[in-house]
Design a protein around this ligand. Structure first.
Ligand SMILES: NC(=O)c1ccc[n+]([C@@H]2O[C@H](COP(=O)([O-])OP(=O)(O)OC[C@H]3O[C@@H](n4cnc5c(N)ncnc54)[C@H](OP(=O)(O)O)[C@@H]3O)[C@@H](O)[C@H]2O)c1
Length: 255
């Protein structure tokens, strides 16, 4: 269905991973306000139920690990149950639980981070991308980070996972463009969420450094990350693909 208002998402289903809190939950709220139906994926049943209860559109929740192929299959079944076109995938689930120099990072920490941040996104892009190709098109947004574009210390696996996601975005863009599937990354700077709270609580000096480096002089709010993500799902973004949209209050520009 062509939208009269290019910012609307009526009669389209969006699958959002990591939707039990933080940026993913906000993406669900913003997309629902634009008329989208939602499939919300994360491990916490309670968190998912709380977010679903705030949405005024058709919604299904899937509790599971994004790196399990079965979770993606269940998400697609849920989308089919809703019945509107599978239009969007937001690969938002991510973790950043470790803080140490890369040479001191044990391999199991590399595996933990890459499994969720990279493999999880690949699992969903593979399963949902196929449905989009069969359906004549769609949109995928991968959550990168400015961490994938710079050399932020002490979070080596996280940085690598986000840079790899941007590479996946570009590859999928080339492979699926002819089928009408557009793929982009959004690379937030520091956005207030549980993930960031955890990092900042462990390293209070980091909070001051992050704010000092942001020209806007503060860290971002959830909606400031979610609105650009949802924009990329809409018809207003119909000529944008293979792009990394930096949403960081100018932090990268400041060097
Ligand atoms: N906040 C920032 O400043 C910032 C900056 C740049 C990029 N990002 C990226 O934005 C995304 C969202 O971050 P956030 O700050 O909103 O983080 P958050 O508050 O910690 O939320 C992370 C979400 O991912 C889900 N998740 C984690 N592991 C999962 C798994 N194995 N399977 C399924 N779901 C899983 C969590 O749900 P459950 O625990 O219920 O599974 C939760 O819903 C991440 O990819 C992050 O790297 C964030």
């Amino acid at each position: 269905m062509v939208q009269e208002n290019p910012y609307r998402l009526d009669d389209r289903t969006i699958i959002v991973t990591g939707a039990s809190r933080g940026i993913g939950a906000e993406v669900a709220r913003v997309a629902a306000r634009q008329g989208a139906n939602l499939v919300l994926v994360a491990r916490s049943k309670d968190g998912l139920a709380a977010v679903a209860g705030q949405l005024d559109t058709a919604v299904r929740v899937i509790d599971g690990d994004v790196a399990d192929t079965e979770t993606a299959e269940r998400a697609l079944d849920a989308a089919e149950d809703i019945g509107t076109r599978v239009w969007g995938l937001v690969n938002n689930a991510g973790i950043n639980p470790y803080y140490r120099q890369t040479i001191d990072t044990p391999l199991h920490e590399w595996e933990d981070v890459l499994r969720v941040n990279l493999l999880g996104a690949a699992v969903f892009a593979r399963a949902v991308g196929r449905v989009m190709v069969d359906g004549g098109g769609g949109r995928i947004v991968n959550l990168g980070s400015i961490a994938g574009l710079t050399g932020l210390p002490n979070i080596g696996p996280y940085n690598a996972s986000k840079a790899a996601l941007d590479a996946m975005t570009r590859t999928l863009c080339v492979e699926l463009g002819p089928s009408g599937v557009l793929i982009n990354s959004v690379a937030p700077g520091t956005i207030r969420s549980e993930m960031i709270d955890g990092l900042l609580n462990a390293n209070p000096a980091l909070a001051e450094r992050l704010v000092a480096k942001a020209p806007i002089g503060r860290i971002g709010y959830l909606h400031e990350a979610a609105e650009p993500i949802v924009f990329l799902l809409t018809d207003a973004a119909s000529f944008i693909t293979g792009h990394v949209l930096v949403v960081d209050g100018g932090r990268l520009a400041a060097g």
